[in-house]
Design a protein around this ligand. Sequence first.
Ligand code: NBP
Length: 476
Amino acid sequence: ELADIGVLGLAVMGANLARNAARKGFGVAVFNRHGARTDELISQYGSEGRFHPAKEIADFVAAIARPRPIIIMVKAGKPVDEVIEELIPHLDEGDIIIDGGNSLFTDTNRRFHYLTEKKLRFIGMGVSGGEEGALEGPSMMPGGTLEAYSRIEPIVTKMAAQVDGEPCCTYIGTEGSGHFVKMVHNGIEYADMQLITEAYDLFKTVYGLDAKTISDIFAEWNKGELNSYLIEITAAVLAKVDSTGKPLVDSIVDEAEQKGTGRWTAQSALDLGIPLTSITEAVFARALSARRAGRAEAEKLLPHAPVAARKPSPADIEAIRQALFASKIIAYAQGFEQLSVASAQFGWKLKLDELATIWRGGCIIRARFLNRIREAYKAGGGASNLVLEDYFRDAVLKAEPAWREVVGLAVASGIPVPAFSSSLAYYDGLRRARGPANLLQGLRDYFGAHTYARLDKPGKFHTRWAQDGEEVQVSS
Ligand code: NBP
């Protein structure tokens, strides 16, 4: 009997996806470049289902029922191209290569067209949820042709996490749209985590709270509108005591690493002209954190007075919660605007309510309030910005005084809160019908004759600043 699906690449993610499919009753052909990983998977978990282990790529392909769906789960970048080239000679028309890694969407666009020319099918599928998600049910974001998706739908919708009886997997759109959506998901994850660390910093540095006390605050927050996986695991990480009997978090080096998806999200936002401030600040914050030696040096040369820690009142704690919630709404609003603009620009026809739906489970940013985002977009998503939808509008208006107070406190205390403060700045910029860019246009016209529009009449104008100072109309 042939396997229903193949999984190539059996590091943590691939092995867990293969086990997931096998546990759901599918026959799974498995292959890894170095066979030791294949042996390990079979010896440890072979009894979980119908595995077809292969040591040669030809045997691996031959073990799968046609048209063959093959998930490749290898390191993003060159390895994906190498694996595709190794597979091609063994494949038949209509077979489907599914790249489940964190590939850059422009690479996926290229591979999609390349394989289509070869009469093969390609699906770029974002998979979120880390290793646990891969095993228990991830959120999956497959992009490619709808008919290729139809072939794998019965398998992937069963492998995915389920929320309220709905799978956290749906057809996203053509080309690299699945990986684009996964990329923005990861960007939002960056912003979410940055906001959490800023709240933690305020509690720790301004209020002098210990890790256990802060853990309790996050655990409490997780019961309300902030309820989410990341808030839940923040409480767990802060509560962890290591073998020395002290909070583990106090011994972890304050240097963040990054693999690239946050940076790609910010780069794409720059290309598309989206004011994606929260996610971008989160990427920058990681970059600054990584300069540990430089920060230690600067602290000596630019000393700051110690913050006089005082115990927070319940109102102080609530203010930080509200600032976090409002900033989080901004981060999501910006991320969804990026999805919406990219969809229009690339012709992907993304369904934003469905994205919110499949992010409710399995993935790292799963959160109660995604239900609200889904409702907002399902209802037609009339407003141009998520912040203007009733639920979110009410929430930011309610949080606004606390949000300002918290950002003010951080600034006065010398504690950086780039995601809190840039979200507030975005909010303040968004809700202003007239900003200061009139002066900017004047400056641009002065030095570069870039022209400007006027409030009182149509057309484009230029002032001959350095000559006679006269204004001329340059177009109607
Ligand atoms: P890695 O990203 O660490 O990749 C290791 C796998 O790639 C191994 O199976 C390795 O084979 C294979 N590989 C490499 Br490297 N070069 C290869 C080549 N030229 N030909 C064939 N195979 C090659 O694995 P991972 O952490 O399981 O992640 C897989 C993908 O999933 C990545 O794109 C990652 O970004 C994405 N992802 C990861 C997570 C997570 O939580 N880790 C979450 C979501 C998505 P070998 O064993 O023979 O060296």
